[in-house]
Design a protein around this ligand. Structure first.
Ligand SMILES: C[S@@+](CC[C@H](N)C(=O)[O-])C[C@H]1O[C@@H](n2cnc3c(N)ncnc32)[C@H](O)[C@@H]1O
Length: 367
């Protein structure tokens, strides 16, 4: 019988918990399930349930690049509904190991369901992936595969009361880890105008960031902004009418920005990429699916730097820097979903997949 090991108490912020994180370890039975899930942009989805679950984004492409083999160890850094993890686990077989990470307790519930069906060894770490990867590094784990499917899951956006979506009226929240202190409500209530404007501009690439921040500060001086609808109204009031009706929902960029800020998504990603890379064995593969340019840029830069060799000026007759590539890029350009996938699952529309293979130290890339 499998046992769930909870190493630390709940209700503390991940940064307070440090690396001693709630985690579980399971060995599954056999058989297969049919989870069909993936990620979704804010505002998409079916009301009040995860019934809109769908095939994981770029699943075939991701699997092709990772090429999981029986007996390998894989780290799914963003377990979500377990759609990708299920496919990977099937390939790892009974001698393989899958370590799943997610900061959302709902994902942990999904993990428990998958763990009873998969034949490989399975372990769940509930934490930010940066903290979880630090923990794994301290334990000395070595992996053949590590992958990220960034952003929020369908399950999160479709659960109205979690406040991720501008389409449903709900308490302003947006926390992936409900035990975290900072929620969108606190952020909107407490951040000063300048900081709000920066967040909206930097994380949402929102052209009207200054006006929206000003409108938030003005409105909260009269009454606290506590719901998604109140925030949408405030955003609408700050955007000139012609811009409001062009380029999607007027609150889309602001909601993205607040979600990224609340969950420190870019900070987590920047910390996690080198940690995941360091855990890989020679020949191991790191892959990431991004959904906006802020994430994709970071992944592209990280993998590109690993694949870069000599950086001496071109007029130097011999290399003086001694730098050799640590990686071969498996995706020179990002891989995007097929038209058929986007037609079937519009939520996949902005997905970009990049991957690289770790080279043995001091080996030149073959291609
Ligand atoms: C797009 S979903 C993953 C979907 C999954 N690949 C599937 O097939 O079901 C992203 C998941 O990553 C989790 N997540 C996002 N940022 C995280 C972080 N910094 N640390 C841990 N989990 C994170 C979210 O809670 C969410 O469940």
């Amino acid at each position: 019988m499998s046992t769930m090991l909870l190493e630390l108490g709940e209700g503390r912020r991940p940064e307070d918990r440090g690396p001693e994180l709630a985690r579980g370890r399971r060995r599954g039975g056999g058989g297969r399930g049919a989870s069909r899930t993936g990620r979704a942009p804010a505002g998409a989805g079916v009301a009040g349930s995860s019934a809109a679950a769908h095939t994981p984004v770029l699943a075939g492409e991701l699997l092709g690049l990772l090429d999981p083999q029986a007996g390998q160890t894989a780290i799914d850094c963003t377990f979500g509904d377990g759609g990708h993890a299920r496919l990977v686990a099937e390939r790892l077989g009974s001698s393989g190991t899958l370590v799943a990470i997610d900061r959302d307790p709902l994902a942990e519930e999904r993990f428990q369901a998958l763990a009873t069906q998969a034949s490989c060894s399975m372990r769940f770490i509930r934490a930010g992936y940066a903290e979880a990867l630090e923990l794994l590094a301290r334990e000395g784990l070595r992996a053949d595969i590590a992958y990220f499917d960034l952003g929020m899951s369908s399950m999160q956006v479709d659960t109205r009361e979690r406040g991720f979506s501008y389409s449903y009226d709900a308490p302003l929240d947006m926390r992936m880890d409900p035990a975290q202190e900072l929620s969108a409500r606190e952020l909107v209530a407490e951040w000063d105008e300048r900081r709000l404007a920066h967040a909206l501009r930097d994380y949402g690439e929102e052209r009207h960031a200054g006006a929206i921040a000003r409108a938030i500060v003005r409105r909260r001086a009269q009454a606290p902004i506590e719901t998604t609808l109140e925030l949408v109204e405030t955003i609408n009031s700050a955007i000139p009418a012609p811009a409001r009706f062009a380029g999607g929902h007027p609150a889309k960029r602001s909601f993205q920005a607040l979600r990224i800020a609340v969950n420190d998504e870019l900070g987590q990603l920047e910390r996690a990429l080198p940690l995941a890379w360091a855990l890989l064995r020679d020949g191991g593969v790191l892959a990431a699916i991004s959904f906006h340019s802020l994430e994709d840029r970071r992944v592209k830069h990280f993998l590109g730097e690993r694949a870069r060799g000599c950086i001496c000026p071109p007029d130097l007759p011999v290399c003086a820097c001694g730098r050799v590539p640590q990686a071969t890029l498996l995706t020179r350009r990002s891989t995007v979903p097929s038209a058929a996938e986007v037609a079937e699952n519009p939520r996949a529309g902005s997905a970009r997949l990049r991957a690289a293979r770790k080279l043995p130290a001091a080996q030149e890339p073959s291609a």
